[in-house]
Design a protein around this ligand. Structure first.
Ligand SMILES: [Zn+2]
Length: 84
């Protein structure tokens, strides 16, 4: 699995909600976890997503995940770029 931003973004946006819901098939989950272990930006994203997601879920139980994922992803990417 490659670690370019487009691959990572698609992976995160398509799979993270299922992953967090525990609805993900075991083999896909292993792939995602492997990727997270080897891809620091994605790991940061997951942490930010969890921190933010928990807060937002308390306010608004539904309709958060995709928009939230996009927003947090943008934040993580811009921060990673600054550190380069
Ligand atoms: Zn990644």
């Amino acid at each position: 699995m490659t670690h370019d931003a487009i691959t990572c973004k698609r992976l995160i946006l398509e799979y993270l909600v299922d992953y967090e819901d525990g609805a993900m098939p075991e083999d896909v989950r292993r792939d995602l976890e492997w990727h997270l272990e080897h891809c620091p930006p994605c790991l940061v994203f997951l942490k930010e997503y969890r921190a933010t997601g928990r807060t937002l879920r308390m306010l608004k139980p539904k309709d958060v995940p995709k928009n939230l994922a996009e927003a947090v992803w943008g934040f993580v990417i811009s921060r990673c770029r600054k550190e380069e």
